[in-house]
Design a protein around this ligand. Structure first.
Ligand SMILES: *Cc1c(COP(=O)(O)O)cnc(C)c1O
Length: 419
């Protein structure tokens, strides 16, 4: 499924570069007013103006597909705060303090995503409050700082760690971890979703990992970027004793895509902030989060914590069921609600299978037909289960009225293949 997704990424990039002709530029302008200072038409269609394809996301929170849609509360916060200036140091401090209170931890900050949180958290641990070291990163004088990771936890995002100049030391099992720690060890990183991505059990579990770190006074950092729902995960890892935790803001929390959360120990968060914008030079300066998105991230988290998660889950299940029942009218087509084991990306989706002798098409062909159709619908991907090819159809990022659009288009494409 992962490789399929990657090849889909390439294709999307290729197709969006082939822009269709611009729509008529002579758009009626409405009166200038306080709410509409530029006098733009109320429903200015920027997608059309630029010839960018609107996509229905019947997949997951994929970065190449712009992540997720911001909650109305997020958008309201962005709009409500866009008309005044703020001191960015004060804003980061106050937003951070509030988020820390909400997440029952010492301190927090808003970063430009979880990947930036990995850079900033690591940089902060390396530099502490030392201004010279901040200036030197990623070329610190002396030995390279070492970060310990389980071999089975190595992943694409650990380049964020080496961006700071640190080196990753791979270990397996708690004994190897103990032995690997030396004077250059600055931190240990736990990739929470490793078991979801690779299906391989952690060689050091969370508790052992934290215990080894505590014994050697090494900060522990956990990447849980895609690990809500359940909402409880936002509290779980700091309670276990991890010193730093990161979550993406633009996945299921539905904040700005270019925002994320870094939280945990106060001294480490303060050091991370020193390595970030609005300071002019440090490694994190190119990872700026604007004022509106800081407010937006706060509003998104607040809304996420207050949401009725049971009701939301039920709604997702009924979406999957309504698509399933619509396509089940085609001979041999079956839909099954699938919830991954977790901890990463734990949301329901529909796994669709059929007898390819009766419905003469493959999941990949259906994926492509939906993507290339009007409207463009991008599914979660194709995969296999029990030797059977399947198409994964996501439901959690659909706008309510898009559920029936996806069901109808899917049915149409499958029906055309019945021969
Ligand atoms: C998505 C993801 C990231 C990156 O998060 P951004 O918020 O997009 O920077 C990092 N780690 C994991 C495990 C992820 O799933």
């Amino acid at each position: 499924m992962k490789t399929e997704r990657r090849s889909a990424i390439k294709k999307i990039v290729a197709s969006t570069t082939a822009l269709v002709g611009l729509g008529p530029m002579a758009m009626a302008r409405s009166e200038k007013s306080k709410e509409n200072p530029l006098g733009l038409p109320p429903k200015h269609d920027y997608f059309r103006e630029l010839g960018v394809t609107r996509v229905i996301n019947a997949g997951a929170t994929m970065t190449f597909l712009s992540g997720s849609l911001m909650m109305p509360e997020t958008l309201a916060a962005i709009n409500a705060t866009a008309h005044d200036f703020a001191d960015m140091y004060e804003l980061q401090d106050k937003v951070g303090a509030k988020i820390a209170e909400m997440l029952h931890c010492e301190a927090a900050m808003v970063t430009s995503g979880a990947a930036a949180a990995l850079v900033l958290g690591t940089a902060g641990i390396i530099t502490g409050t030392d201004a010279d070291k901040r200036k030197q990163l990623p070329n610190l004088a002396g030995d390279r700082p070492e970060v310990i990771m389980q071999k089975s936890h190595r992943y694409v995002f650990d380049q964020a760690i080496t961006t700071t100049g640190a080196k990753i030391i791979e270990v397996e099992g708690p004994d190897e971890m103990e032995k690997a720690i030396n004077k250059n060890t600055i931190m240990a990183l736990f990739f929470n979703g490793a078991i979801s991505w690779y299906g391989i059990k952690d060689s050091i579990d969370h508790e052992e990992f934290v215990a080894v770190c505590k014994r050697h006074k090494i900060p522990s950092f956990i990447d849980a970027a895609a690990d809500v729902p359940p909402v409880e995960n936002l509290f779980k890892y700091q309670k276990m004793g991890f010193d730093l935790v990161t979550f993406s803001g633009g996945k299921m929390i539905r904040g700005p895509q270019s925002a994320g959360l870094l939280f945990g120990r106060k001294d480490l968060i303060e050091a991370a902030k020193l390595n970030n914008s609005p300071h002019e030079a440090p490694i994190g300066r190119p990872m700026k989060v604007n004022k509106e998105e800081m407010f937006g991230m706060y509003a998104a988290l607040k809304s996420y914590l207050e949401r009725d998660h049971k009701k939301e889950w039920q709604d997702w299940l009924s979406r999957a069921e309504s698509i399933r029942s619509e396509i089940a009218t085609i001979p041999s087509v079956k839909g099954e609600t699938h919830v991954p084991d977790g901890p990463a990306n734990v949301v329901p989706s529909l796994h669709v299978t059929w007898d390819q002798k009766r419905v003469k098409t493959t999941p990949k062909e259906v994926y492509d037909a939906l993507k290339g159709g009007t409207p463009s619908i991008v599914c979660g991907g194709v995969g296999q289960k029990d030797g059977k090819e399947l198409l994964s159809v996501g439901v959690v990022l659909l706008r309510p009225e898009q559920v029936s659009i996806v069901a109808k288009r899917l049915k149409e494409v499958l029906r055309q293949a019945v021969r």
